[in-house]
Design a protein around this ligand. Structure first.
Ligand code: NAD
Ligand code: WQD
Length: 348
């Protein structure tokens, strides 16, 4: 019988791509999302892209902190596992509004874990982040690196990782996989779903995309005096569809005995600078991206990229898309949906 997976935050960027792959992989999928940073249109489009499998998708507009609503859902459906994406993710906003981030991300997760435990569902895949490596002294980052957090957002990831380790120590029936994503970019090749952040984008590629479609005049490059090949910051960009497949690999891993609480990096293992990324996007889109060189963004690391050995070895997962693929798919989404899922809105 088809397994049923609860996906929190499944209307969001990584969530929607993962839900599509789950459906195509034959899973029955239930999404909960409060639509705080997403649109229900993403769910409708995933359903369409999934064709006949689309009937195995249901959506509930629920905030994770609403325990009675979660209880009702778990009483009505027996979930085989949970993939937990739901959370706020803007680093700058987390510095301005730490309590919002602690409340939303941590209280939301605790509420989810409590309801899961009460209903005997003890398998979870959690969206952690390379942010827990802070400013690594050496690269590539392996899963054993010391963990630090540079801001309240990062601390929510770190604390939730610790909470997961603690629940497993207290009850060995739990099976937990913590996935540390590096820099997710790109979109499904159809160009029908993609990233649509509310407000001014914090991350590089959504900003570049908005410059390319004429919504913003120029990209501000945060620092060109780093000790890197061209002076700009280096990151490990990974295609969102590779990430989506990483979640299927993690679900398969949860089926093995004695998983306990395990952590895996999901990245490509390759570092790309801001200027290299812009050049690749210009090539893919045929659009010129005007640049304004500015000072370093406070808190930014110089070079961050993943060691992918553990995920390759134990999850049997390896990213297959390169930077040109990522930019091609990002542009395909952007050019077809210059205003994301929404109507044109000049206020953001
Ligand atoms: P996203 O904002 O597109 O998706 C998150 C979803 O969670 C949104 O649809 C939002 O409406 C929902 N949500 C937030 N709080 C909720 C709550 N209390 N109850 C119910 N729904 C809630 O973000 P994303 O890029 O898809 O990220 C998914 C996860 O991966 C997040 O936990 C994020 O921290 C993590 N992550 C993202 C990145 C990245 O750069 N995109 C990198 C590393 C880790
Ligand atoms: C990438 C590079 C910037 C924007 C953030 C979070 C991290 C994780 C991934 C969730 C850097 C430069 C960016 C711009 C620029 N998210 N840049 N101009 O900083 O690696 O990580 O997203 O977990 O927690 O901190 O990603 O896309 O913001 O930046 O020059 O307008 O692009 O300085 O070198 P980052 P990013």
């Amino acid at each position: 019988m088809a397994k049923t997976i609860l996906v929190t935050g499944g209307a969001g960027y990584i969530g929607s791509h993962t839900v599509l792959q789950l459906l195509l992989g034959g899973f029955s999928t239930v999404v909960v999302d409060n639509l705080d940073n997403s649109s229900e249109i993403a769910i409708d489009r995933v359903r369409e892209l999934a064709g006949d499998f689309g009937r195995n998708l249901s959506f509930h507009k629920i905030d994770l902190r609403d325990k009675p609503a979660l209880e009702k859902l778990f009483s009505a459906t027996k979930f085989d596992a949970v993939i937990h994406f739901a959370g706020l993710k803007a680093v700058g906003e987390s510095v301005q509004k730490p309590l919002l981030y602690y409340n939303n991300n941590i209280v939301g997760t605790i509420t989810l874990l409590e309801v899961m435990a009460a209903h005997g569902c003890k398998k979870i895949v959690f969206s952690s982040s390379a942010t827990v490596y802070g400013w690594p002294k050496v690269v590539p980052c392996t899963e054993e690196f010391p963990l630090v957090a540079a801001n309240p957002y990062g601390r929510t990831k770190l604390y939730i990782e610790e909470i997961c380790r603690d629940i497993y120590r207290s009850d060995s029936e739990w099976k937990v996989i913590l996935l540390r994503y590096f820099n997710p970019v790109g979109a499904h090749h159809s160009g029908y779903i993609g990233e649509d952040p509310h407000g001014i984008p914090n991350n590089l590629m959504p900003f570049v995309q908005q410059v390319a479609v004429g919504r913003r005049p120029a990209l501000t490059v945060f620092g060109n005096d780093y000790n890197t090949k061209d002076g700009t910051g280096v990151r490990d960009y990974v295609h969102v569809d590779d990430l989506a497949h990483g979640h299927i690999a993690a679900l398969n891993k949860l089926e093995e005995a004695n998983i306990g609480c395990e952590v895996y990096n999901l990245g490509t293992g390759k570092g790309t600078s801001v200027l290299e990324m812009v050049a690749a996007f210009e090539k893919a889109s045929g659009k010129k991206i005007p640049l304004v060189i500015a000072g370093r963004r406070p808190g930014d690391a110089e070079v961050v990229y993943a060691s992918t050995d553990k995920a390759e070895r134990e999850l049997n997962w390896k990213a297959k898309y390169n930077i040109d693929d990522m930019c091609r798919d990002q542009w395909n989404w952007a050019s077809k949906n210059p205003y994301g899922y929404g109507p044109q809105d000049n206020s953001s």
